[in-house]
Design a protein around this ligand. Structure first.
Ligand SMILES: [Zn+2]
Length: 699
C-alpha cells in the first residue's frame, strides 16, 4: 500500500464500512476523496468499455456499482454542503464539482456504454428480462442520447463545456441566495415596532439578536432581529402591525440576490442561453421540449393545458380572496383598505383566517410539538403500510446535535431501512426549504459481501422553528404538513422492493410523478383520526379540541384560489422561460416574470419585484421546465387519496387494505415501471383532476 493510500485510509469520506462519521469530516477531505473515487470509477468504466459486455450482469451490475461509489463520497460532501455550509467547505465543493460534472458527462456520454445498452436491447436474453430491466435499459438509452452520446468532436466538447458551466451557475445562484438572505436583517429596539408579533416570533427575534452580538436581548424588551429566513420573515409579514416595516421587509425579500455582487440576473440569462443551446445541439427546439422527453407529461401543450385549466378555476376564487381582504381592512378602519399592497396581503389574510376560523398558527403550535408529531406520523405509517419506525439515536453518527436517527422494520419485524431527520432552521449554514435525499439506495449489486441486499437510508431535512430555551420545537401546521411531505418521499425511497438500484425508490421515476407519494402523505394531515393522534398539547397532553380540528379542516380551502394561482404563476414563468424565451429577443427574463405575473395573479407584482433572482427551484434545484410537476403530481396524489375517500376513511379495514395496496404499488415499484402504469395498478384507471379541484374547493 502506498503512502497516499494510507492517508486515504483515514479519510472519513472514503470509509463506507458503516454510516458516515459526519463529525470527523473536514472540508479538506472532500478533494482527496473525490479524486480517489473518480480514479476508481474511471478505471472501472474503462474496464467495462474495453470488455464490450453483452450480458446484463457484465454491463449493468458493474455500472450500478460505479454510480453508487461515486455517489457515496460526493453525496455526503453535497449533503454537508447543504446542511453545514462553511466558507472552506464551499470552496472545497466548488473545486471538486467540475471534476464530478466531467465524470458524469463521461459516464453519460460513453459510446461504449451506449453501444452496450443498444446491444442488450437487441440481445437474446432481452426477451427474458422483466419490466424493471427493460425500463432501466430504455431509460439508459434515452438518457445517453440526452447526454449527447451521439455527438462527435468539437460538438461533443462544446456540449461538455455547457454542462460544466450550467452546474457552476447553479451553485453560484444558490450561494448568492444564501448570502443575500444572510446579508439582510432588521434590528428593532422599540416595542412599537414588533406590535402584533406573536411570542414565538419575538423569542426567535430576540435569539437572533443575541446571535448577532446583542447580548442580553430578550423577547420582552428586545432588541429583536428580523431576517429574511422563513421562520422569521413569514410571521413578521403575517402579524406585524407596522405596515412600513412590513413593506421594508417585503421589498428586501423580493429583491434578494438581484443587485451588487450577489446579482443573479446575469446567471439567469446565461443559464437560459446555455439551456437552449444544449437542447438545439440534440435536435430539440427548446430546453422544455428536450426535458419533457423524460417526463410523464407528453409535451408542453399537455402541461400548459393543465395549468390553464387550474388558472381558470382559481382566478375567480382568488379575486374573491382579495375582495374579502379589502372588506376586512375596511371594517377594521385600516388606512390601507382602498390601497391594499403586496405587503398587506399576508397580514390581512391572517386576520381573516383568525376571524373565520378563530384559529391561528400560534394557537395551534402548542399542540404540535415535534416529538408528538413524529409519533403521530409513525403511527399512521404503521397503520397504512404495516411498518414500524423505531428511534435509534446514537446508532449512527450525525452532523449536528439536533439530528435524529430512526430505523424502519416491516410487518415481520425485519429491518428494511433507516433515516435521519434534521428538523430545524439554521440560516447561517443550512439551505432553506425542506428536502429528502439519499445516503444509500436499496440495491442487490451494492450489498456488502455475504449480505443479500443493501438497505436504503434517507435524509429528511426541514427548516422548521427550532426549540427555544424553555420549549420543544412547536410546529406550525404548515411545518407539520411539510414534514409529512418529506416523509412521503422518504417512504418511497425506503419501502421500495426493487433490487436494481438504478430503478429502486425514487431512482428512474419521472420528475413530474415524483411528488405523488409526498403529496399523498400531506392529505393525511386533514384526516380527523390522524390529526387527533398527532396533535397533543405539549404541556397538558390534551388532544386538539374538535372545534379546532373542524376549523383546521375548513381552513384547508382558505385562499386556495390564491395559492393555486401562485403555483400556476411559478409554473407558467418556468415553462415560458425554458420554452419561449429568446436570449436574443427584447424581453428580459424579468420582463417575462412581470408579464406572466400580470396575466396570472390578481394582485400584480411590484415593478421592482425580482423574485426570479431567488427562484432556486428552476435555476439551481433541478426543476428547470419542471416546476409544473408539483401540480401534475397533485392531480395524481389527490386522486390516489380519493380512493381512500371512496372506500370510506372511517372503514378501518378498507383503509388498511388500500394502504397496503398503495405500499405495494406506488411505494414499492419505484422507477421499475412507467408512472402511468403504476398509477393504474393502484387506482384501476388513469388519473383525473376532479379530486384535486374538490380538495381545493375549486370544483
Ligand atoms: Zn417534494
Amino acid at each position: 500500500m502506498t503512502d497516499a493510500n494510507e492517508k486515504l485510509d483515514t479519510n472519513p469520506l472514503l470509509d463506507w464500512t458503516d454510516f458516515p462519521n459526519f463529525a470527523c469530516i473536514e472540508p479538506a477531505h472532500v478533494g482527496p476523496a473525490v479524486d480517489v473515487t473518480l480514479d476508481q470509477a474511471g478505471a472501472a468504466l474503462t474496464a467495462i468499455e474495453s470488455a464490450r459486455p453483452t450480458q446484463w450482469d457484465d454491463l449493468m451490475v458493474p455500472l450500478e456499482r460505479i454510480s453508487d461509489q461515486f455517489e457515496r463520497s460526493w453525496g455526503v460532501a453535497s449533503h454537508l454542503h447543504a446542511v453545514r455550509n462553511t466558507a472552506p467547505l464551499r470552496e472545497a465543493y466548488q473545486q471538486a464539482q467540475p471534476k464530478i460534472v466531467q465524470f458524469l458527462h463521461r459516464l453519460g456520454q460513453s459510446r461504449g456504454l451506449f453501444d452496450g445498452y443498444v446491444g442488450l436491447q437487441a440481445s437474446e436474453e432481452y426477451a427474458d428480462y422483466d419490466g424493471a430491466r427493460r425500463r432501466v435499459l430504455d431509460s439508459a438509452v434515452r438518457d445517453a442520447r440526452l447526454a449527447g452520446v451521439e455527438l462527435d468532436g468539437a460538438e461533443r466538447e462544446r456540449f461538455l463545456a455547457i454542462g460544466k458551466e450550467l452546474a457552476e451557475l447553479g451553485t453560484r445562484f444558490q450561494n448568492n441566495v444564501l448570502d443575500a438572505t444572510k446579508a439582510f436583517s432588521l434590528t428593532l429596539t422599540d416595542p412599537d415596532e414588533i406590535d402584533g408579533l406573536p411570542s414565538t416570533a419575538r423569542q426567535l427575534a430576540a435569539e437572533a439578536a443575541v446571535a448577532a452580538g446583542k447580548e442580553g436581548a430578550t423577547a420582552q424588551v428586545g432588541p429583536w432581529v428580523i431576517t429574511l429566513d422563513a421562520p422569521s420573515f413569514i410571521p413578521f409579514m403575517q402579524h406585524a402591525k407596522r405596515r412600513d416595516l412590513r413593506e421594508k421587509l417585503y421589498r428586501a425579500y423580493i429583491t434578494r440576490a438581484s443587485d451588487t455582487e450577489l446579482d443573479n440576473q446575469p446567471i439567469i440569462r446565461r443559464t437560459l442561453e446555455l439551456a437552449r443551446e444544449q437542447a438545439r445541439m440534440l435536435g430539440y427546439d427548446t430546453y422544455a421540449d428536450m426535458s419533457l422527453t423524460r417526463r410523464m407529461a407528453t409535451d408542453v401543450a399537455a402541461v400548459e393545458k393543465l395549468l390553464i385549466q387550474l388558472r381558470d378555476a382559481a382566478r375567480p376564487a382568488a379575486m374573491k380572496d382579495l375582495d374579502d381582504l379589502r372588506e376586512l381592512a375596511k371594517e377594521a378602519g385600516a388606512a390601507e383598505a382602498d390601497d391594499l399592497m403586496n405587503w398587506d396581503v399576508a397580514f390581512w389574510a391572517e386576520r381573516l383566517r383568525e376571524k373565520k376560523f378563530s384559529l391561528n398558527d400560534e394557537q395551534l403550535r402548542p399542540y404540535f410539538p415535534l416529538p408528538g408529531v413524529l409519533d403521530g406520523l409513525f403511527t399512521l405509517a404503521e397503520r397504512l403500510f404495516d411498518i414500524t419506525v423505531t428511534i435509534a439515536d446514537g446508532q449512527a453518527p450525525v452532523w449536528h446535535e439536533d439530528v435524529r436517527f430512526f430505523r424502519v422494520a416491516n410487518g415481520a419485524g425485519e429491518n428494511i431501512a433507516a433515516f435521519y431527520i434534521d428538523p430545524y432552521s439554521r440560516p447561517a449554514e443550512k439551505r432553506g426549504g425542506a428536502w429528502r435525499n439519499s445516503l444509500y439506495g436499496r440495491s442487490k449489486a451494492c450489498a456488502a459481501p455475504g449480505e443479500p441486499i443493501r438497505l436504503p437510508v434517507a435524509y429528511i431535512c426541514c427548516n422548521q422553528t427550532p426549540p427555544s430555551s424553555d420549549k420543544p420545537s412547536l410546529m406550525t401546521f404548515n411545518e407539520v404538513s411539510t414534514l409529512f411531505h418529506e416523509f412521503g418521499h422518504a417512504l418511497q425511497h425506503m419501502l421500495t422492493t426493487v433490487d436494481i438500484g438504478l430503478a429502486a425508490g425514487i431512482n428512474n421515476i419521472e420528475w413530474d410523478a415524483v411528488e405523488l407519494a409526498s403529496q399523498f402523505m400531506e392529505n393525511w394531515c386533514y384526516d380527523r383520526p390522524t390529526l387527533r393522534g398527532l396533535a397533543r398539547h405539549w404541556e397538558t397532553g390534551e388532544s386538539l379540541p374538535d372545534e379546532m380540528i373542524d376549523s383546521l379542516i375548513a381552513a384547508r380551502t382558505f385562499r386556495e384560489g390564491s395559492t393555486t394561482l401562485r403555483q400556476v404563476n411559478f409554473s407558467l414563468i418556468d415553462m415560458e422561460l425554458y420554452h419561449r424565451y429568446d436570449p436574443a429577443g427584447d424581453e428580459s427574463p424579468l420582463d417575462v416574470q412581470r408579464r406572466i405575473g400580470a396575466e396570472t395573479l390578481v394582485m400584480p407584482p411590484l415593478p421592482e419585484d425580482r423574485f426570479l433572482c431567488s427562484f432556486s427551484h428552476i435555476f439551481a434545484g433541478g426543476y428547470s421546465a419542471g416546476y409544473y410537476s408539483y401540480k401534475w403530481s397533485a392531480v395524481l396524489s389527490a386522486d390516489a387519496f380519493g380512493a381512500f375517500e371512496e372506500a370510506g376513511l372511517q372503514d378501518e379495514d378498507a383503509v388498511r387494505k388500500l394502504g397496503r395496496h398503495f405500499r405495494d404499488t406506488v411505494l414499492a415499484l419505484g422507477g421499475s415501471r412507467a408512472p402511468m402504469e403504476v398509477f393504474k395498478d393502484f387506482r384501476g384507471r388513469e388519473p383525473q383532476p376532479d379530486a384535486l379541484l374538490r380538495h381545493s374547493g375549486l370544483a
